[in-house]
Ligand binder design. Structure first.
Ligand code: FES
Length: 98
């Protein structure tokens, strides 16, 4: 369900942050100080690899480039690059890294 202020749960940090609809995860992490590390910030290094524990359908869809990169990493279907998506509903995130 779409909400005006989705809740982002960072599992590792035991931290919940309510954000404006459409906020990019990278912005949330920068402000909240959650434990997700970014490198390139443009989808080419894999440092920001996260597992979506809940709410995969509440994220912006992956670009073909992100899909290809995750496939090259042999990522599971519940993984995304944290620098590549925005938030459109409640989501729970676990950091994996590269
Ligand atoms: S920070 Fe490099 S892929 Fe996201």
């Amino acid at each position: 369900m779409t909400q005006q202020r989705p809740r982002v749960r960072f599992v590792l940090d035991d931290l919940d942050v309510d954000v404006p609809l459409g906020t990019r995860l990278i912005e949330v992490v920068d402000v909240a100080g959650a434990d997700v590390t970014f490198g390139c910030r443009n989808g080419t290094c894999g440092t920001c690899r996260v597992r979506i524990v809940e709410g995969m359908n509440n994220l912006s869809k992956p670009t073909p480039e992100e899909r290809d990169f995750l496939a090259a990493l042999e990522a599971r279907p519940d993984e995304r690059l944290g620098c590549q998506f925005s938030i459109h509903g409640d989501v729970s995130i676990d950091y994996i890294g590269s």
